[in-house]
Write a protein that binds this ligand. Structure first.
Ligand code: C2R
Length: 176
């Protein structure tokens, strides 16, 4: 998965062990042709580099940050405190506590420092949310998002048709 588009999204995570989860955000961005960079940035293990990365992100041309981390996941909140960019936090589930630790570390931000937190392991939605944020000021990207939403609707129609057939009972039936 590579992209030659202008880099607009910074996709960072506390460790390379988060990549199997975070890759879904990368895939969603690539689907929409949104350029991104991916890297390991850790608030706990490289605090000064983390602050430097966050402080420079907007000036480097990034427009949205997606930050994923597991366990005591302070990365998204700390990045949000040093950048004016929108930050989307992804709670990464680890072996213990099922990601609840990460979710609660990310979601309960103090007033004034927002992080848009997606579900545990919800990296695909983080990618899609980043696309929506960018699409608000980008008509071409917005058209792609509308087409994507239309495909979701068609998928739901198809599921309904399959279910009605399996159940052997006609329902109301939506769509074509
Ligand atoms: N939560 C954080 C932060 C941070 O928030 O700064 N840095 C690393 N980590 C997390 O530690 C977990 C284990 O990392 P390792 O697999 O490298 O031991 C990862 O899920 C990472 O996101």
């Amino acid at each position: 998965m590579s992209t030659t588009a202008t880099v607009r999204v910074g996709l960072v995570m506390g460790s390379d062990s988060d990549w199997p989860v975070m890759e879904e955000a990368a895939k969603a961005l690539a689907e929409f042709g949104v350029g991104f960079e991916a890297d390991v940035v850790s608030a706990h293990r490289m605090p000064h580099d983390m602050v430097a990365w966050g402080a420079a992100a907007a000036e480097r041309g990034l427009q949205v940050v997606i930050a994923g981390a597991g366990g005591a996941a302070h990365l998204p909140g700390m990045l949000a405190s040093v950048t004016p960019l929108p930050v989307i936090g992804v709670p990464v589930p680890l072996r213990y506590l099922d990601g609840m630790d990460s979710l609660l570390s990310i979601v309960q931000m103090p007033a004034g420092v927002p992080v848009a937190t997606v579900s545990i392991g919800g990296a695909r939605n983080a990618g899609l949310l980043a696309v929506r944020i960018l699409a608000a000021g980008d008509p071409e990207l917005r058209e792609k998002m509308v087409a994507f939403q239309e495909s979701l609707r068609q998928t739901a129609y198809d599921k309904g048709a399959a279910l009605r057939a399996r159940a052997g009972r006609a329902g109301v039936g939506f769509g074509s």
